[in-house]
Design a protein around this ligand. Structure first.
Ligand code: AMP
Ligand code: MG
Length: 417
């Protein structure tokens, strides 16, 4: 899916994006600790144990339609008298011989009945006898006891993330609380002398800290518990103090800014002071100055630290592609596979040198098939396009984008899962 088919050459010293993602996933150790959550609190948590069905589902044979329950063999040209009325919530009744029952969707089919005929196919004569137009298959329109699940069957495995359908499934089986993996505690900090809180009055040269607001939301969405350590000055001692606290109080440290190689970038040396770096620098645009490090003896035993770039879009992309799968695995679930499929570009553009580029695009469906268009300015500081984008068009290093050619498209909605 390369535009020009040229060989891909990555900038020396930078890790390939997909290698970096693999290394993040391999480095992630699930946290220990199980707690009980009421179903109402369990959304976005991860199951700690297999959940087995305690009931057959459906629990009784019940009607799939509003209609009439009958014995198929008893239905002749003269029809059947309506002798019972069975709404949803009624118990299991016995259908008298030679009669049929008015029945409603979800109501238990009476014992003896073998077929439900939908009300649309029925006429009632003035004696209250029911006649059916056309053929009627025996067994039709009955949801059978246990046809979906038998008691004892696996409903959801340990490690399943509790999304909306999973919550509904558990509720439908009468399960009111579940064992979930404890939340990952994540210490979050920004670094940069220019940063101020949104809401404060800005002096020239100051910049509102958007990354921490964004990462707080992203961490909450991923099910983490955030320890907000605020903005830390671009100074080694301040960073040392903040990282030491983060190491002691959290399962993971996420920081943003100060991770390039300029003289005001102190994050890397302070990580090395307190621990070490697993890798630094990824061949992606935006998002190059990404690092995985640890505070302590090793990556396996210490507190892992993810250093995201300061540029806001770089920080977002670094989170979505590299940090999120790490967090997912630490929370006891599998990393969601990266979804990418070919989409045609509706524009031409010179490609990036030495790095894979993730262009922020919207999908235009006006022609019936999707065409990717740039969502706005592509600078790594330009949040407008990132907020408009439906996803990323992924352009391999040293490839130009040619209009009408297909490139890998990564929908952004996958990162909400
Ligand atoms: P740095 O990675 O520290 O070199 O920062 C790169 C760019 O991102 C600079 O323009 C910073 O002002 C900006 N930046 C750094 N941190 C943040 C943040 N938390 N929120 C918004 N912009 C930031
Ligand atoms: Mg900085």
């Amino acid at each position: 899916m390369s535009g020009c088919g040229c060989a891909e050459v990555v900038t020396p010293g930078l890790l390939d994006l997909f290698d970096a993602r693999r290394r993040m996933i391999e480095a992630a150790r699930p946290v220990d600790g199980i707690e009980t959550a009421a179903l109402g609190e369990a959304y976005r948590r991860v199951l700690a144990e297999d959940v087995l069905a305690t009931l057959d589902m459906p629990g009784v044979d019940n009607s799939a339609m509003d209609g009439y329950a009958l014995r198929r063999a008893e239905l002749g040209p003269e029809g059947l008298p309506v002798v019972q009325r069975i709404p949803a919530g009624a118990g299991v009744l016995q259908l008298p011989e030679g009669g049929c029952a008015r029945i409603f969707t979800g109501a238990p089919v009476p014992l003896g009945a073998d077929t439900v005929v939908p009300q649309e196919r029925v006429t009632l004569d003035d004696q209250g006898r029911m006649q059916v137009a056309g053929e009627l298959a025996e067994g039709a329109n009955i949801r059978r006891r246990g046809e979906e699940t038998r008691a004892g069957a696996l409903l959801l495995p340990a490690g399943a993330p509790l999304d909306t359908a999973a919550i509904a499934l558990l509720a439908s089986h009468g399960i009111g609380e579940v064992a979930v993996i404890r939340r990952l505690k994540v210490a979050l900090l920004s670094t940069g002398d220019e940063l101020i809180e949104p809401g404060a009055i800005r002096a020239p040269g100051q910049v509102y800290d958007s990354n921490r607001a964004m990462l707080k939301a992203l961490l909450a969405q991923a099910g983490g518990e955030v320890l907000d350590l605020g903005v830390v000055a671009d100074a080694p001692l301040d960073l040392h103090q903040a990282f030491a606290r983060a190491r002691d109080e959290a399962d993971l440290v996420v920081c943003t800014g100060g991770v390039s190689v300029g003289e005001e970038d102190h994050v890397r040396p302070v990580i090395e002071w307190l621990g070490g770096i697993a890798f630094h620098g990824v061949a992606m645009k935006p998002g190059k100055p990404f690092a995985l490090g640890f505070l302590g003896e090793s990556l396996a035993t210490g507190t892992p630290l993810i250093a995201l770039p300061g540029n806001p879009v770089a920080s977002l992309v670094g989170w979505q592609l590299l940090a999120l799968p790490f967090v997912q695995v630490r929370q006891g679930r599998e990393a969601a596979p990266l979804q990418q499929f070919p989409v045609v570009a509706g524009f031409a553009r010179r490609g990036p040198r030495g790095r894979r580029e993730l262009l922020r695009v919207v999908l235009d469906w006006s022609s019936g098939t999707p065409v990717a268009r740039l969502a706005g300015g592509q600078g790594s500081h330009m949040l407008g396009a990132a907020s408009q984008a439906h996803g990323y068009l992924v352009i391999d290093a040293n490839n130009n984008v040619e209009e009408g050619h297909a490139y890998g498209y990564c929908p952004a909605a996958q990162f909400l899962d």
